[in-house]
Design a protein around this ligand. Structure first.
Ligand code: BTN
Length: 263
């Protein structure tokens, strides 16, 4: 057993809500593994941690660069017992939690790009991928996958990434203990998730989320599937959807997509 695996197990075993810990030195994708464990009936709060991913997956079919030895790649499964309309905004909740955790460790301000990209110093430091599994009828589950660039040297990242991504180390000049970070991340997520489920929805966390969303009143261009929307951001609604005024002056709500700020 590597020392990382040993320390991950020890740090996560101390959290009593975590029911199963699966560690891999390398895995195709922690989300894919968590999904297959969930389909096979693994319990809620099954957590997967890997040191590297061979095919880390991002939103909108993108990949997530996942070299070994430096970063956090983790996924877990929960079964939110809330009305299904309130499930998608758990994606925003996850972004807010990662922002809170990164601010705690680095002392720098984190910015959220709807729905859940976390940026520091204007560059992307973390990505979150939520996937809904169908499970047995009436028992849907949610896979939450989180990647955080912790100690990696971003200048070694391929292509454009070296210009658009950052890491906690690149930002602060110091290295961080990934295990301490994982323990804190799970503690804070569990706390906010419990609160969110009790209070049914995004309004319960809106204030904390909006403090970090810098695109309010900005003109944006959104690619959502085959749709292209241009408009000015007004708000985020109770279901976590982005509310815009489009070019025709109409109010439109967007459930998912990639946002580009144009002004
Ligand atoms: C994005 O910003 O596009 C989302 C990136 C999500 C990456 C994480 S790393 C852990 C988990 N496993 C994956 O394959 N993806 C997520």
């Amino acid at each position: 057993m590597s020392s990382y695996e040993h320390d991950v197990r020890q740090a996560l075993q101390s959290l009593d809500f975590i029911k199963r810990i699966v560690y891999r030195s390398s895995v195709e994708s922690t989300n894919t593994l968590t999904e297959s464990l969930s389909r096979d009936g693994s319990e809620e709060w099954t957590v997967v941690v890997a040191d590297a991913q061979e095919r880390g997956r991002g939103r909108q079919g993108r990949s997530w660069h996942s070299p070994p030895g430096h970063n956090v790649y983790t996924s877990f499964m929960v079964k939110p017992a809330i009305p299904s309309d309130y499930v998608p905004a758990i994606s925003l909740l996850a972004g807010m939690v990662v922002a809170i955790v990164l601010e705690h460790f680095t002392g720098f301000a984190a910015e959220l790009k709807w729905p859940n990209d976390v940026l520091m110093g204007g560059k992307k430091i973390s990505g979150i991928l939520l996937e809904l599994g169908s499970g047995r009828p009436g028992s849907p589950y949610l896979i939450v996958g989180i990647g955080i660039n912790v100690n990696s040297d971003i200048t070694e990242y391929p292509g454009q990434l070296s210009a658009t991504a950052t890491s906690m180390k690149a930002l602060t000049g110091t290295t961080f203990d990934r295990v301490v970070l994982l323990n804190y991340l799970y503690r804070v997520f569990h706390e906010w998730y419990t609160y969110y489920c009790l209070h049914h929805g995004f309004m319960s966390i809106k204030k904390r989320y909006m403090q970090r969303l810098r695109m309010i009143h900005k003109r944006v261009h959104i690619e959502s599937g085959s749709e292209r929307i241009t408009g000015v951001v007004q708000d985020v609604d109770a279901f976590g959807r982005l509310v815009l005024h489009n070019e025709q002056g109409e109010t439109v709500t967007v459930k998912s997509g990639d946002v580009h700020i144009t002004q």
